[in-house]
Design a protein around this ligand. Structure first.
Ligand SMILES: Cc1cc2nc3c(=O)[nH]c(=O)nc-3n(C[C@H](O)[C@H](O)[C@H](O)COP(=O)(O)O)c2cc1C
Ligand code: SF4
Length: 485
């Protein structure tokens, strides 16, 4: 089994740089953090009539903790209040909210319906109230808050946490095998109706006070899977024109029927073939080319090796050009999926319950996402880009973030897991306060393992609130088991 140095052990800029250099990992960073008055991270960004007060964005993160009816619980509310005190001025959707029951990724995912609209609206209200409490009564003037809308497609588990009820975009020779009960592919008529349901949910979101909705197209869920549905017959498969039809229909539907609501898109801009656990526990690709002789197998922008990253992004560029044409201004770049290549999507030292030991230094995964985002930003300077997968950088997160924003490689830096372990990270960076090393997310993956066991998600190791919960022991036992088998 390969092991990689822990980021926490790379204590000086020289040591971190030497490791990156030795491993040929291309991540650049500033040695020192600028004082708040001069920090690129503290600069507002303004597009059309939207002003976002700084360069930190909270990435959407579900907690598997809503009610069976799709309403938030106290745990959900606590998480959203933490987003409010984070200091970040862009809240990219809070968490994935299903537009209808069969699209929920778990029985406790939030669901947008007329019946749940008020409680979901209160999440936003509480986030804004906590932001004002912490940063001043007018602080929300440059806070931009949206809601992420989703249908989980192949990864739907709406009724029982461990019973998949996949509604796929297309058959997939490798992924289908992972569903013992089979996979049902949604037909064109169902997709037509689903697009209308996205529009209806967007209207509810606007009326609940959200300023934008994210039409989610990442992480293997339906919106993303459709983008790669080359083998699908009919109006939603085959050509890129067809594969983007769903996204286009939803966006055009919202524009026509929900005036005043902005639309943004979070996209898995690149992917890899699915990974599986090798006998020694390390991840390995599961069949690089399932259709010999055809370079374009299923999937959207599948990267074969990092030297050909640019070529793999060709269709993503086409999609971004389409989005720009449709009036979308804000995009959030992610990659892969937490289900079939978690090391790509959320680089981590320790695998979640259903994962595998990292097949590469997780810093390489971080570097890949930074590079992809920078390439796309370069190609689309008018779009605002939010980057993802920075949490693994830990002590060096702010240094890399500052460099990347200063260099224009990305406009805003997205924060995922680190907000669960260290909600005030961005506020501390922006205040020039000493950073709390004991709160850095060390990528134990318990926030992913918990849900895989049907438990609520949270930072069990580092957030005392979750450490004190009974689930913490079950999650810890599983982690010990995973890391010793
Ligand atoms: C517990 C958990 C829940 C997540 N839920 C969502 C989600 O609802 N929607 C989404 O787009 N991404 C989701 N993600 C992915 C994150 O937004 C982010 O892309 C990922 O964690 C990598 O960023 P990080 O390195 O800062 O954690 C989730 C991640 C975690 C750890
Ligand atoms: S459980 Fe906490 S430390 Fe582990 S990956 Fe999640 S946020 Fe990070």
């Amino acid at each position: 089994m390969t092991s990689y140095p822990r980021v926490a052990s790379l204590k000086t800029a020289a040591a971190f740089r030497a490791h990156l250099h030795r491993s040929a990992i291309r991540i650049e960073f500033d040695n020192e953090l600028a004082p708040p008055s001069q920090s690129p991270l503290a600069q507002a960004i303004e597009v059309d009539d939207v002003r976002v007060g700084n360069r930190f964005c909270i990435l959407p993160m579900e907690g598997w903790d809503g009610t069976l009816g799709g309403e938030p619980s106290d745990l959900t509310r606590r998480r959203w209040r933490n987003f409010g005190i984070s200091g970040a001025k862009l809240i990219w959707g809070g968490e994935a909210v299903a537009v209808r029951h069969d699209g929920r990724a778990n029985p406790n995912q939030l669901l947008m319906t007329p019946g749940t609209q008020r409680p979901i609206a209160s999440l936003r209200d509480e986030l804004i109230a906590s932001h004002r409490d912490r940063f001043g009564s007018n602080a929300d003037g440059d806070l931009y808050v949206g809601l992420q809308l989703t249908h989980s497609g192949r990864y739907a588990r709406p009724n029982v946490y461990d019973r998949p009820e996949p509604l796929a975009a297309a058959a997939h020779p490798l992924l289908d095998r992972r569903f013992r009960g089979g996979v049902r592919v949604l037909d064109d008529g169902e997709l037509d109706r689903l697009a209308e349901e996205f529009v209806a949910a967007a209207r509810l979101a606007r009326d609940a006070g959200f300023q934008f909705v994210d039409v989610k197209a990442c992480h293997g869920y339906l919106g993303h899977e459709l983008l790669g549905a080359r083998g699908r017959p009919g109006r939603y498969g085959g050509s890129l024109e067809n594969r983007t039809r769903f996204m286009r229909t939803v966006i055009e539907g919202i524009k026509a029927n929900v005036p005043g609501l902005s639309i943004v898109v979070r996209i898995s801009a690149f992917d890899t073939v699915p990974y599986r656990k090798r006998q020694d526990g390390v991840g390995e690709p599961e069949g690089a080319d399932p259709e010999p002789g055809r370079s374009a197998g299923p999937g959207f922008c599948v990267v074969e090796d990092d030297d050909h990253l640019d070529d793999a992004l060709a269709e993503c560029r086409d999609v971004l050009a389409m989005l720009e044409h449709l009036g979308v201004r804000w995009v959030c770049i992610s990659g892969g999926s937490p289900y079939y290549n978690p090391h790509v999507q959320r680089p981590a030292m320790f695998p979640p319950l259903d994962g595998y030991e990292p097949p590469e230094d997780p810093l390489r995964g971080v570097a890949r996402q930074i590079r992809v985002t920078a390439r796309l930003k370069h190609a689309f300077p008018q779009l605002v880009f939010v980057g993802s997968a920075y949490s693994y950088l830990q002590e060096w997160l702010a240094h890399v973030a500052q460099h990347n924003v200063r260099q224009g490689l990305v406009d805003l830096v997205g924060l995922g897991r680190i907000v669960l372990s260290y909600p005030g990270f961005a506020a501390d960076v922006l205040a020039g306060a000493p950073l709390k090393r004991n709160l850095f997310c060390r990528t134990f993956s318990d926030c992913t393992t918990g849900p895989r066991m049907g438990l609520v998600s949270g930072c069990y190791p580092l957030d005392k609130f979750y450490t004190a919960r009974p689930e913490a022991i079950r999650v810890r036992n599983v982690r010990t088991h995973v890391s010793t088998t």
